[in-house]
Design a protein around this ligand. Structure first.
Ligand SMILES: *Cc1c(COP(=O)(O)O)cnc(C)c1O
Length: 373
């Protein structure tokens, strides 16, 4: 274990296997493996070659530095920007980063059209259609504007896409409505779009929960990291978590009843207790709000976090563990130990957040160690 006494492990093999499972599910549709935000905190540089080997057709990114990281590794895979770009970004993209841009406004389309004409080439773009996400793109009733973009010189429409707002929710009616609206527009535009145009609507939740075959490409992030973005995709069992987080016990103490633990005196022992302290806190990315809500695995048992999580120390109640627990014993914050498992989804539920936020904190604050074979 490193000097932080917190070990964030990322298994590239599991990542690749998840991608293969998704590829088998969606084939013959293509896959865009979404690796924005440093591969959801897992590490873009290390994992990107594994994504390609596992069959990714595209890598989804947001920023030019992300694209540059991949190009500097010598990777020539197709890249797709998953948000609207800016002129300075387009410039670098056209000068070698080769990112396929999302186009969701006449302004951006005309800008790229002029750049394409100036350079005597066709700039590959994906039309972004808003069918209910409400963040960006053309509204799906702006048919004339979209048709106009399709006919601009200097552009090649390689894809047409939309993004779902509620594919994680139990209720899929709104997602189905978005799909219907998207394909109705695609049909309306049929004569304006090249026959080979990629249609892509599905994120991880939709890919796993709905039939992906209306798409000719799916954009999957969370699923590749083995994270189920909601309980509602428990039906697709092959996905395995890629990241685990471990630390070790710094001290064990016997604490009599009636003593308070930690800042704010927010927890009082009700019985003769054994309390273990761990050398991690919100400084290492363990969420402060897990106070009295978190759970940690020690000797294969689930142990509740008691008292406030501090900047670098967390306290857990190990009274109910029958075995002896000693200084230096392994404590699992996320991952498996014995027959028990704590997933990022569970932690996110307790934390009232989303798994990605916790992945990011774990991956960001610590040196991640990789298993690549
Ligand atoms: C981030 C993103 C995705 C991936 O979403 P997951 O739920 O992680 O699969 C797909 N499409 C777009 C446009 C995105 O921004």
């Amino acid at each position: 274990m490193n000097q932080h006494h917190i070990e964030v492990k990322v298994c590239a093999k599991t990542f690749a296997e998840n991608i293969r499972q998704i590829r088998d599910r969606v084939s013959p549709a293509k896959i865009c493996v979404v690796m924005k935000a440093n591969a959801y905190g897992h590490g873009l540089k290390v994992l990107a070659p594994h994504a390609i080997k596992a069959g990714a057709d595209y890598i989804g990114i947001c920023t030019n530095p992300e694209a540059a990281t991949l190009r500097n590794l010598g990777l020539e895979i197709k890249l797709m920007r998953l948000r609207m770009g800016f002129p300075d970004e387009f410039e670098e993209s056209l000068n070698g980063l080769n990112i396929e841009e999302q186009v969701g406004s006449i302004e951006a389309a005309e800008y790229l059209s002029r750049e394409g004409c100036k350079r005597g080439k066709k700039v590959p773009v994906h039309l972004n259609i808003d069918t209910g996400m409400g963040r960006s793109g053309f509204f799906s009733n702006e048919v004339d504007a979209i048709a106009k973009v399709c006919n601009l010189p200097g552009l090649e429409i390689v894809g047409i896409m939309t993004h779902f707002a509620t594919a994680d929710s139990e209720e899929l009616d709104f997602t189905r409505k978005q799909i219907k609206e998207f394909y109705r527009l695609r049909d309306t535009l049929k004569n304006n779009l090249p026959p080979s145009v990629l249609t892509h609507t599905h994120n991880s939740a939709a890919t796993v929960r709905l039939t992906p075959h209306c798409n000719s490409l799916v954009r999957v992030g969370a699923a590749c990291y083995g994270v189920r973005t909601s309980r509602n995709f428990a039906n697709f069992s092959p996905l395995k978590p890629v990241m685990s987080v471990k630390t070790k016990v710094a001290q064990v103490r016997n604490v009599p009843p009636g003593r308070t633990i930690g800042y704010g005196k927010l927890f009082t022992t009700q019985r003769q207790s054994r309390i273990a302290s761990l050398p991690v806190g919100f400084g290492e990315g363990y969420p402060r709000s897990l106070f009295n809500k978190g759970v940690v695995l020690i000797r294969g048992h689930r142990c509740p976090v008691v008292g406030r999580v501090s900047l670098n120390i967390t306290t857990v109640d190990i009274t109910d563990i029958p075995e002896e627990v000693t200084w230096g014993d392994e404590a699992v914050l996320v991952g498996c130990q014995g027959n028990e498992e704590i997933t990022f989804e569970e932690l996110a539920d307790r934390f009232e957040s989303v798994h990605t936020e916790i992945n990011l904190m774990a991956g960001f604050m610590n040196q991640v160690s990789y298993r690549t074979s």
